[in-house]
Design a protein around this ligand. Structure first.
Ligand SMILES: Cc1cc2nc3c(=O)[nH]c(=O)nc-3n(C[C@H](O)[C@H](O)[C@H](O)COP(=O)(O)O)c2cc1C
Ligand code: SF4
Ligand code: SF4
Length: 284
């Protein structure tokens, strides 16, 4: 089974790629499982994969909470984590081990993948250039093959090469400040370019956006994944003024699985068709 979370699609790409190459059929989207109180069931000798993006050099709070508290039936025989980050993982592994141990679980292998940046809510935080973004994705594709080999042979170890410098400062000191001061949806606003399509609402993994009078309304349960910003087809969403003119990036399927599956399929087909036409002019 792979349990996963993704805002802008990078981690979804890694989760889907691993699932395909490992022949994994059981996928559980963490925000859905958390909402529904799903208890994952593990057969004998089953592997558990956990995939998520790094937030503030650590495990995103919603993932952390899920890993600490979810009830499961049976016990996985091998547990691996694959995280994606824009640049550095900091103490993600350290925090992850703590989360899992609270639930009586022990990690066997830890992998990290550098993927295009999605966080641009502060001055100085920018998207990757299209060339850099493409390069990161290509490197991840290659790395996934090696990761699959290691998972299949149930190799144990820390394969993270992206911890980076000053991890203590970033993961232990800056992270609480980041969550305390910066994670909010109060700064989201929408310009007159909004066409009322509702994609921002349907792409939110936390079902935090409702449409009112043809406009999005943010309802206070936000993790700043930035999906609503990046996926808006008219670039009408902004976070204060910090995101103005910074461009957009997202990977793959536009809608979050948190939304009705049939509706998701229909809209994804429509949007995928539109995207294919645009693909020639877009870097990714
Ligand atoms: C709220 C937030 C915090 C982030 N913090 C970090 C970080 O500490 N280190 C890093 O390298 N990338 C960071 N990023 C970038 C993401 O980890 C990276 O772009 C990831 O691949 C996004 O995955 P997703 O598309 O599955 O949401 C952050 C992104 C967001 C939205
Ligand atoms: S995705 Fe953009 S255009 Fe569509 S409703 Fe949301 S803000 Fe408006
Ligand atoms: S409101 Fe926007 S930034 Fe917040 S969780 Fe939903 S999609 Fe992500």
């Amino acid at each position: 089974m792979i349990i996963w979370y993704s805002g802008c699609g990078n981690s979804r790409f890694v989760a889907d790629s691993l699932a395909e190459k490992l022949g994994e059929k059981k996928m559980l989207f963490i925000p859905d499982a958390a909402r529904q109180g799903t208890a994952p069931e593990f057969g004998q000798d089953e592997i558990l994969g956990i995939v998520f993006p790094v937030y503030s050099w650590s495990v995103p709070r919603l993932v952390s909470k899920f890993l600490r508290t979810f009830k499961f039936k049976g016990k996985p025989s091998y547990i691996y984590v694959a995280c994606t980050c824009g640049d550095q993982t900091g103490y993600t592994l350290k925090h992850l081990k703590k989360d899992l141990s609270k639930n009586g679980l022990e990690l066997d292998a830890f992998f990290s993948f550098r993927m295009p940046e999605t966080y641009i809510n502060l001055p100085g935080f920018e998207l990757d250039t299209p060339e850099n973004a493409t390069l990161k994705i290509e490197q991840t594709r290659i790395q996934i093959d090696e990761t699959v080999r290691l998972i299949k042979s149930r190799t144990r170890g820390n394969f993270d090469k992206l911890e980076g410098s000053s991890a203590f400062l970033k993961s232990e000191i800056l992270k609480p400040l980041f969550y305390g001061l910066l994670i909010t949806d109060r700064k989201f606003n929408v310009s007159d370019d909004c066409n009322g399509c509702g994609l921002c609402s349907r792409s939110c993994p936390l079902l935090n956006i409702t449409m009112e009078n043809g406009r999005p309304r943010w309802n206070g349960n936000c993790t700043n994944c930035m999906s609503c910003y990046h996926r808006c087809p008219t670039n009408a969403v902004n976070f204060g003024k910090a995101t103005l003119g910074k461009g957009q990036y997202f990977f793959g399927k536009p809608l979050s699985p948190a939304h009705n599956i049939e509706e998701t399929k229909k809209t994804e087909n429509r949007t995928e068709r539109k995207r294919t036409e645009q693909e020639r002019t877009k870097p990714i």
